[in-house]
Write a protein that binds this ligand. Sequence first.
Ligand SMILES: [Mn+2]
Length: 348
Amino acid sequence: MKMTFRWYGYDDKNTLNYIRQIPGVTGVVTALYSVPVGEAWPEEEIKKLKEYVNSYGLEMEVIESVPVSEDIKLRSGNYKKHLENFKANIRLLAKYGVKCICYNFMPIFDWTRSQLDHVNKDGSQSLVYYEEDVAKLDPTKLTLPGWDASYKPEEVADLIKKYQAIGEEGLWNNLKLFLEEIIPVARECDVLMAIHPDDPAWPIFGIPRLIINEKNVDRFLSLVDDHYNGLTFCTGSFGSSPKNDIAKMIGKYAKMDRIHFAHIRNVRQLGEHSFEEAAHYSYDGSLDMVKIVKALHDAGFDKYIRPDHGRMIWDEKAKPGYGLYDRALGAVYINGIWETLDKTEGEK
Ligand SMILES: [Mn+2]
């Protein structure tokens, strides 16, 4: 496997110089975050970004994300133009050495939390999702870091209505049509497409959400049954629900060679629909990280892993979930598990 680390570009205070000093990290996961959703990415910018990353001895083989516009997800408005742009982006990224593209098909709201600075017992801060607090939120006025903030409240209300009108089956159909367009391009360019699951793993605000459990992932993979149609297996997103058996799922899809990118983090489940993000360490949350990493290792996983959201520790001030320190601890912890598995297997 290749250990990577998310980097938000030139303005990220977690510089490439810091990232390359984390033991075992060989590449960054990044994107052109300034390009509006649906637009074509400028070639010059991709080239410049790649050269900058490479100048620090790091690889740029994974892009997270090329966003999918609401028009594509709803198959309305400018969706034809946006699809052409999406395909052009795959081609251009392939030209500059990108091997894997992460994207998601979450309607309107990307990852959702009720609080970004919950103080844990040890004084660290975490992102949390408490069902009773989310129920009080007005989705049309909600904004979280990393979301597309270009919509006005009335536009969000209108989008919610549109998703409710097409329903879950309508959304499945639009996802299938999207895959039928882009997977052949990905195959031709040898770029692995990796859908990120919906976070949290259940429908919110009365809008359908698809990539939430094993049954739905099976359905997703069969929509276009092609190696290039794969997953970003995010343990924290699937793991937000205690109904998902994470080690079983990750082992199953890794054996099928349909996991192209893994986000590895822990989460503390609080009943069915609430959770707190935890340190990566197994005993801090509900997931057995050794079992999860071992399932990947047993399957001979040779693609990309990154630590996912970290807590805010040691008085760090950073984008919620994306500080340097706790994610670096996560990377080193996962690498430690991996090295142990490598070496103990050799002894057998
Ligand atoms: Mn994730």
